[in-house]
Design a protein around this ligand. Structure first.
Ligand SMILES: [Zn+2]
Length: 252
């Protein structure tokens, strides 16, 4: 089984739509960051996490030919607005793709993308919307636990896969009662927006604290804003922490 970080950029991506690279060296391809999505490639099932506005390009680049299920982390535009790119996978499967989301995200998806869930003129609905579950099993061997984390004024769902890899792309608080679940994992893939504090994302200082507290074997930083250059980060990070780049793949 493998886990691919399809996109690791913050909400506007790097470069932004106006070409702005911030502090990122435009010559380093690892600084070209699309908006956050990830996918679990199992034996027979592919499970997508979030539908980034850059989803189409991410799927082409990584040669993903099918999507069996979608798990959403939260309702923000940079996690949801690529939803229309799922249409081809409905057509290939000839069945609605199950989508799982928390209550707020469900409401947002239904309001903003109703045509994906309800038949509309000549076009069939392509997705089936479900309440998120605490535990999912796919392919018998992929076990995923969803855990609520704080993300500014809303909550976001994080996912822990086979008790080995946690994915928390948008988070500024892990609740005390859940801390033990995130300890000593093989991979902690986690939000590190920028150097400065932010009200709804972890920053680099938070990451150093979490590294001491949670002791992951490897930490991979995602949701990276344009002030975080890949090589600059590598210079200052401890050995077990690495910045993500689009397409980074880990075996679980
Ligand atoms: Zn967000």
């Amino acid at each position: 089984m493998k886990f691919i970080i399809l996109g690791c950029g913050s909400s506007m991506g790097v470069p932004r739509a106006d070409g702005f690279f911030g502090n990122c060296n435009p010559k380093n391809l690892k600084n070209l960051r699309s908006r956050c999505s990830a996918i679990i490639i199992g034996k027979s099932k592919n499970i997508l996490i979030d539908t980034s506005p850059d989803l189409r390009q991410q799927l082409i680049k990584n040669k993903i030919k099918k999507i069996d299920t979608v798990l959403y982390t939260h309702m923000h535009a940079d996690q949801t607005h690529g939803i229309n790119d799922l249409r081809i996978f409905y057509l290939r499967n000839k069945k609605k793709i199950p989508v799982y989301a928390d209550t707020k995200t469900k409401k947002y998806l239904l309001k903003s993308f109703s045509y994906c869930f309800q038949k509309n003129y000549d076009y069939p609905s392509i997705l089936k919307l479900n309440n998120s579950k605490k535990k999912f099993t796919f392919d018998k061997s992929i076990k995923i636990e969803s855990i609520k984390v704080g993300h500014g004024s809303i909550n976001s769902l994080s996912y822990i896969i086979n008790k080995k890899l946690a994915y928390l792309p948008d988070v500024n608080k892990i609740f005390k009662k859940d801390l033990k679940k995130f300890k000593k994992l093989n991979y902690l893939i986690i939000d590190c927006l920028r150097y400065k504090k932010h009200s709804s994302h972890f920053n680099l200082d938070d990451i150093f604290k979490l590294n001491k507290l949670l002791k992951p074997k490897k930490m991979i930083l995602t949701n990276l804003h344009s002030d975080l250059d890949y090589d600059d980060l590598l210079d200052i990070l401890p050995k077990n922490i690495k910045p993500a780049y689009d397409g980074l793949t880990v075996k679980i």
